[in-house]
Ligand binder design. Sequence first.
Ligand SMILES: Cc1cc2nc3c(=O)[nH]c(=O)nc-3n(C[C@H](O)[C@H](O)[C@H](O)COP(=O)(O)OP(=O)(O)OC[C@H]3O[C@@H](n4cnc5c(N)ncnc54)[C@H](O)[C@@H]3O)c2cc1C
Length: 396
Amino acid sequence: MAVDFTSDPAVADLARRTADLVREVVIPVEERCGGVAHTEETRVELQRAAKDAGVFAPHVGRDLGGHGLDMRGRAVVFEEAGYSLLGPLALNIAAPDEGNMHLLEVVATAEQKERYLRPLAAGEVRSCFAMTEPAPGAGSDPSALTTRATKVPGGWRLDGRKWFITGADGASFAICMARTSGEPGDGGGATMFLVDAANPGMKVLRHIETLDESLYGGHIELLFENCVVGDDAVLGEVDEGFKYAQVRLGPARITHCMRWLGLARRAQDIALDRAAEREVFGSRLAELGMVQQMIADNEIDIAAARGLILRACWELDRGERAGQSTSVAKTFSAEAVWRVVDRSLQICGSLGVSGDILLGRFLREVRPFRIYDGPSETHRWSVARRAVRQRSRSAR
Ligand SMILES: Cc1cc2nc3c(=O)[nH]c(=O)nc-3n(C[C@H](O)[C@H](O)[C@H](O)COP(=O)(O)OP(=O)(O)OC[C@H]3O[C@@H](n4cnc5c(N)ncnc54)[C@H](O)[C@@H]3O)c2cc1C
């Protein structure tokens, strides 16, 4: 079946204005802070610039001040934003807020949208998504979920421990996944809850030290202890949490690919500039065959990742579940982006590993993407099982 990759002129214009903003405003800030900016002052300054440029929150609906981009539109604009580590923060399309906005737009009640989605879309508050737990709890296998939600009069009491919850410190609310029925290992029985940061039952235990440092608010270990919320805190239906997780995670893993693809392009541009000027053994690096091979392999990885992302977007825009294409695109992109940044750093030699340029930082930032939003091995396992099932159905 043919796939239409053409982008609307309005989307192309938004992408161009995003690229201008990133080049003129965002990259100078990124270079000053080494790609790691965790102050409200910087977040507000960058978001004000994006609002002034008319590119803020392009993914949410027009009623929320956005441009209502579909997934193919997001692919083009998010890639431009991802050209800088701070571009997604500027546009309010960084993880986990962007995925949470998508989930709230699809699942939340009108009251929940007013209370949580509207201020989030405006950049007035931040949020987090709390699913993963320390072993033996939920990780690549979400059904291992141990955090419990017990019914109490007028609401629910949550008890459990979560970790690697990006942006939880300073977030004004969490979307917490807890078990309302069944036992760890069961495929159902999860529910999503909206928990205000002011709730005394939700506590930040620690910032986990990690290889990556740029995602705003860090990665947090959270404790839910005697955390009582009202019935109106349930997001969607009770026991349907795993279904809603797919609403969030399918598109969210693809938007992550779009942003990191932008960073891969930036790494390649840095390497191309260096290869054009640096001379060794009487030639410029760009004229040496083995460097040309790395440059060409970068181009191939970037183009292939973009193609797979657009195919997944096209299926999602058609309302399909797109399980196979999102897994294929996520696995390939996460690994391709890592290869591109690694080769770019190699081309730059010692300069590449120095703090004088940002390639070392980029390498640290992209590595965890092979683990979150489903490790490569989990996706390959799913891709293979679907392929086997499909073949056995078609061979019958
Ligand atoms: C930087 C970062 C940010 C994160 N942010 C969030 C967040 O905001 N909210 C949140 O809820 N979670 C978050 N996570 C958690 C992330 O979703 C989990 O790390 C991921 O789901 C994997 O779970 P795990 O770490 O428990 O690994 P495990 O489940 O222990 O898996 C370990 C390894 O087992 C292998 N494996 C897994 N499945 C298979 C299989 N089927 N076949 C073969 N091998 C397999 C893989 O190599 C995998 O890496 C984040 C993680 C990181 C690193």
